[in-house]
Design a binder for this molecule. Structure first.
Ligand code: NAP
Length: 479
């Protein structure tokens, strides 16, 4: 149902995500006059506070996490804020919350930024308080479960109160400008699509590298690991956007129909097609850092690195490997996609001693947003000693190309779409479940083989076996 909510109810309103991302995003939207003037924001968590106490709390968070030039008049934003203390496990607390939210004639958008084990009691409480009617939609933060079964349980609980068209599953990567730009690159340019297939692409690489270690996420990360923290959601979404067929239009149904087809065509991988690792003490940017077990304070079998050679069993991608790699305590923070094209079928330059290297498209997602296409060019000169060719990058630096538009936090886009009801950049149930099905099979294959993570030194690009995984195929990871 299409409506723009005039109430936004934020669960987990005092949490880390709320302070660092959600509230700064809302404030920045407000500063840019992108929130409807009558949109009221109600925060809730267990901590006892009144409206004024919450406004003070949020002001401190904004001063810490939102650059001054994006804050606008903070007073205008803070005045929209209200707060109701509530324990999500106590159904009878929700009546007072409903009173605080007030009438919802224009619609209510809810965002659950709490641990997923609170989703079920929260839905029960919302239902009991009459906060799940047809003009209420709900946004859910990851992780949506830890396996297919637990994900289904969460999805069933949410579906008992909300129809799918009112459920907005967040994958904040989809809020990133360069990720959305993938669709523009592929489907608004004539030159890429005819080449975007197994006949012309040798392989694809997707890297999500972090330099940070556990960062206080002990409770969540240990036991979850890199596969479930990064591959299950962000990396498979990137893969789906790279590999999908052209949707019939740019709308939620058409885009998600095509993504789910890709996710369903992921072949079950063999144990030898994955490498897992866990970092030991090392150095990042010249700074000594402890190993994972030292940070954790106990030995652990959790993988902090995973590399996978994935395959899509479909017409377009037959025989094209997708190398996925993610890890903590790697030498650089970067998220990028590499499209490695095949060589030209016949090089006229070979006889003159020059090699034409295959083209490569590099799509940088973070920290820098840029797109670079390597093209072969002749090195200028009279060629007395033979022709020389060299790859030259055709660079599009997004912030430069679009100087002017503000670089936004991914959640700005997603929160606005939640309030306004556009599901295109949210993950549908069948996508999440197809993602989990494949991830569960990967984990089952590790369990079958009793595979334990190999060690790698913090500050390196993971275990040497990860390098070998690609090099066996004559492929080098892009670094
Ligand atoms: P957090 O810092 O631990 O915050 C949790 C929030 O939930 C707090 O506001 C907390 O406030 C509230 N809460 C806890 N128990 C509650 C209860 N029984 N009833 C009502 N409220 C309760 O967690 P977070 O880092 O913000 O993450 C929130 C969710 O987003 C988690 O599922 C996390 O995995 C996910 N996530 C986080 C990040 C991130 O960067 N932080 C990124 C992606 C996804 P009180 O203790 O006062 O109740």
């Amino acid at each position: 149902m299409s409506f723009t909510a005039d109430r936004l109810l934020l669960f987990g309103a005092t949490g880390d995500l709320a302070q660092r991302m959600l509230l700064p995003s809302l404030c920045a939207l407000c500063a840019d006059n992108l929130l409807a003037p009558d949109l009221a924001i109600i925060g809730t968590a267990r901590q006892e506070m009144d409206d004024q106490g919450y406004r003070n709390f949020v002001r401190a968070a904004l001063e810490k996490f939102l650059p001054a030039e994006r804050r606008g008049s903070m007073a205008g934003f803070l005045n929209r804020l209200h707060y109701q203390p509530l324990d999500a496990n106590e159904t009878d607390h929700f009546a007072a919350l409903a009173d605080k939210v007030g009438p919802q004639d224009d619609g209510l958008a809810i965002f659950l930024s709490t641990a997923p084990n609170l989703f079920e009691p929260t839905i029960a409480g919302l239902s009991a308080a009459g906060l799940t009617h047809g003009k209420v939609r709900i946004g859910l933060e990851k992780p949506l479960g830890t396996c297919l079964e637990s994900s289904r349980e969460i999805n069933d609980a949410v579906a008992s109160a909300f129809s799918e068209d009112r459920i907005f599953r967040i994958d904040h990567y989809l809020g990133k400008e360069t990720v959305q730009n993938l669709l523009a690159l592929r489907f608004a340019n004539i030159m890429f699509e005819p080449l975007w297939n197994a006949a012309h692409i040798d392989h694809v690489q997707i890297t999500v590298a972090e330099t940070v270690g556990l960062e206080g996420r002990v409770g969540f990360y240990d036991g979850a690991g890199a596969l479930r923290d990064m591959v299950q959601n962000h990396m498979l979404q990137l893969l789906a956007l790279v590999a999908m067929e052209p949707p019939v239009s740019y709308n939620a149904t058409a885009v998600r129909d095509e993504k789910v087809k890709v996710l369903r065509s992921l072949r079950k991988i063999l144990p030898e097609e994955t490498v897992t690792g866990q970092y030991t003490a090392g150095a990042i940017a010249g700074q000594a850092v402890p190993g994972y077990a030292d940070e954790l304070g106990k030995p652990s079998e959790t993988e902090t690195f995973v590399a996978i050679k994935a395959h899509l069993d479909n017409w377009r991608w037959k025989g094209v490997p997708f190398y996925l790699r993610t890890g903590k305590r790697l030498p650089a923070r970067k998220t990028e996609i590499i499209i490695q094209f095949r060589p030209v079928p016949y090089s006229i330059f070979d006889a003159r001693g020059a090699t034409a290297q295959p083209n490569r498209l590099v799509i940088g997602i973070q920290p820098e947003e840029n797109i670079s296409l390597s093209l072969m060019a002749k090195v200028p000169g009279l060629d007395r000693g033979g022709i020389r060719l060299r790859p030259v990058p055709l660079d599009i630096d997004m912030p430069d190309a679009f100087a002017g538009p503000t670089k936004r936090i991914a959640y700005e886009r997603l929160l606005l779409d939640l309030v306004e009801g556009d599901q295109t950049l949210f993950v549908r149930r069948d996508e999440v479940e197809a993602q989990w099905e494949w991830i569960d099979a990967v984990r089952a294959s590790w369990a079958d083989k009793g595979l334990a993570p190999k060690t790698y030194t913090a500050g390196s690009w993971g275990p040497t076996a990860a390098i070998a995984l690609a090099e066996r195929d004559g492929v080098t990871w892009h670094e």
